[in-house]
Design a protein around this ligand. Structure first.
Ligand code: 3HC
Length: 382
């Protein structure tokens, strides 16, 4: 059985630099690799900022923060980055063609012992694994943004992943202080994104259909649905480039998973990418700084997010019906990956299960099969 000592993280963006920091925090030696030194410089600055926040909040001492930072080596040369590594975590942009090129190059230099993990949010693990020289030692390890604060990692085996690789990955995730949830099937959006991404589109429909204000919808999501952020706020925080790519990929694999709203593509094509570009659904004070939207219980009172909770419940029900996870893992994933303060079906009960079912039935009559209630919902409502 492989022992993980050295980890190489490929891609130093939002997820890559965060994963590197998380693993370095528990003592692993990390190589953070990107194609340009300037990307790595930027990533190392972000790591320094994040460690600084943790020192400020007394979660770390300054000397621990310095040691963590010192365990991360930024490297441009791929051959050097892969030398002696036990685990590769790939966090490059979400594009199958790019992944194909990256894995072809990685296969030229990686040692036989190296295990491959992809932090993909939506691409099929089995298909990516089959591009490589080691499909049985390839797995999806899906972290959540920001990796430094979100405790969840979805562990997704492809159809060729060995059980040894799965067990090793589950142990590794626990060793780095995170909580794994096993996504039993390599389905579109895995568990969390299957719920999160369609909600952004649904919230955009709520703007049109209910003539509601963005802050009213977001306040209602936060204060009536027990989310830590509004859904537009979370989309801006995630990045509308990420949301756009994830949406397209998910729709290309399963038309029924999202009811796409054109506003997302419009914002993306206008380069309104959310916090990272200074504007998205909302406008922000400065580019690329952690910033929250002002939401309130008073605003929440002005909107009933029944369509949003109904769509969330329906996609969650699909996961249960299709054996992707059980209710306990669903709750764990949403609590640790999206910060939900209550189990989803408890929130659904607060709105009324029958009301949710009726909402979906009415919407499916009016707007089409996307809203057709899943059998699990009918079963628990009867
Ligand atoms: N490292 C260290 N500190 C950080 C940080 C980071 N990377 N990012 C933010 N912080 C700090 C902030 O600066 C702030 O510090 P301050 O108090 O000094 O300003 C503090 O952490 C957070 O303060 P908030 O009052 O904003 O705190 P919250 O209690 O709301 O927690 C949150 C913030 C953990 C982000 C919470 O709002 C949350 O859970 N939001 C939902 C996030 C989510 O759903 N993520 C998943 C998205 S989906 C995804 O990633 C999958 C992908 O495939 C698309």
């Amino acid at each position: 059985m492989t022992t993980i000592n050295k980890i190489t993280v490929l891609g130093s963006g939002v997820m890559g630099h965060g994963i590197a920091q998380v693993a370095a925090t528990v003592g692993y030696n990390i190589v953070l690799r990107d194609i340009e030194q300037s990307f790595l410089d930027n990533a190392m600055k972000k790591i320094q900022w994040s460690l600084g926040k943790m020192v400020e909040k007394q979660k770390l001492s300054q000397s621990d923060a310095d040691s963590i930072y010192g365990r991360i080596t930024p490297v441009v040369d791929l051959k050097e980055a892969l030398k002696g590594t036990d685990l590769l975590v790939e966090a490059v942009p979400e594009d199958m063609e790019l992944k194909r090129k990256v894995y072809a190059e990685v296969d030229m230099y990686a040692e036989d012992k190296t295990l491959y993990a992809s932090n993909t949010s939506t691409l099929p693990i089995g298909e990516m694994a089959s591009l490589t020289s080691r499909p049985s030692r390839f797995i999806g390890l899906h972290f959540f943004n920001p990796p430094q604060l979100m405790p969840l990692v979805e562990v997704i085996p492809g159809h060729l992943t060995s059980s040894e690789t799965v067990n090793l990955s589950l142990d590794l995730i626990r060793n780095i202080g995170k909580e794994p949830v096993l996504c039993k099937k390599d389905v579109v959006g895995f568990i969390v994104n299957r719920i999160f991404i369609p909600l952004i589109h649904e919230a955009a429909y709520c703007l049109d259909r209910d003539k509601a204000e963005m802050t009213q919808i977001d306040s209602a999501v936060k204060f009536k649905m027990a989310f830590p952020m509004g859904i537009f706020e979370l989309a801006d925080y995630t990045g509308l480039d990420v949301v756009s790519k994830a949406s397209k990929e998910m729709i290309s694999r399963d038309k029924k998973v999202i009811n796409p709203h054109p506003l997302i593509e419009r914002l993306y094509s206008q380069k309104k990418l959310g916090q990272k570009s200074g504007s998205g659904f909302y406008n922000y004070g400065s580019d690329n700084k952690y910033e929250r939207v002002n939401l309130s219980e008073t605003e929440a009172e002005k909107y009933d997010p029944i369509a949003i909770i109904s769509v969330a419940a329906n996609n969650a029900a699909w996961l249960l019906t299709n054996g992707v996870c059980d209710v306990a893992d669903l709750d764990k994933a949403l609590r640790l990956g999206m910060g939900l303060k209550k189990p989803l079906f408890t929130i659904v009960e607060e709105f009324g299960l029958k009301k949710v079912l009726m909402t979906l039935e009415n919407m499916s009559n009016k707007y089409g099969e996307f809203y057709e209630p899943d059998t699990y919902l009918r079963k628990i409502a009867s």
